[in-house]
Design a binder for this molecule. Structure first.
Ligand code: HEC
Length: 119
């Protein structure tokens, strides 16, 4: 019996540091969790490059071209609310959310802002 007990406590001693290592790992995990939060919404450029550029760089089907004042001025004249609404809900050949189905309103607005940032 006695030798067995010694073995058990020896095992517990060996396990203890492992528990500590796990705790350290846990705090590292919550660190990566906050990294995910920090990644947050995609930038206007990220959304634009991935979802909008195919149409809005060449101006497919009369899509207003990025940073082209001539293309954008009559649209912006409607007011940003209407412009946003058209991007969010779709408008003629402009697909709803510009095909970015999981985009938030914030991300779509950021992509629009990016498209007219250098007019
Ligand atoms: C399949 C091509 C296509 C894609 C992809 C696309 N657009 Fe468009 N977009 C268009 C076309 C075409 C128009 C012009 C529609 C019209 O005026 O008849 C347009 C117009 C717009 C307008 C102007 C709306 C207005 O009121 O005049 C905005 C803003 C816009 N797009 C935003 C976006 C954003 C943001 C993305 C990406 C998330 C995107 N578009 C992706 C084709 C596209």
């Amino acid at each position: 019996m006695m030798p067995q007990q010694d073995d058990e406590s020896a095992i517990k001693e060996r396990i203890a540091p492992i528990g500590k290592v796990r705790l350290a790992g846990d705090s590292a995990q919550s660190g990566s969790g906050s990294q995910t939060a920090a990644a947050g919404p995609r930038s206007g450029q990220q959304v634009y490059d991935k979802f909008c550029a195919a149409c809005h760089t060449p101006g497919v089907l009369n899509a207003p071209r990025i940073n082209n004042a001539e293309d954008w001025e009559p649209r912006l004249a409607q007011g940003m609310e209407t412009v946003f609404q058209h991007a969010w809900e779709g408008y003629n050949a402009m697909p709803a959310k510009g095909t970015c189905g999981d985009c938030s309103k914030e991300e779509i607005q950021a992509a629009i802002d990016y498209m007219v940032s250098d007019i």
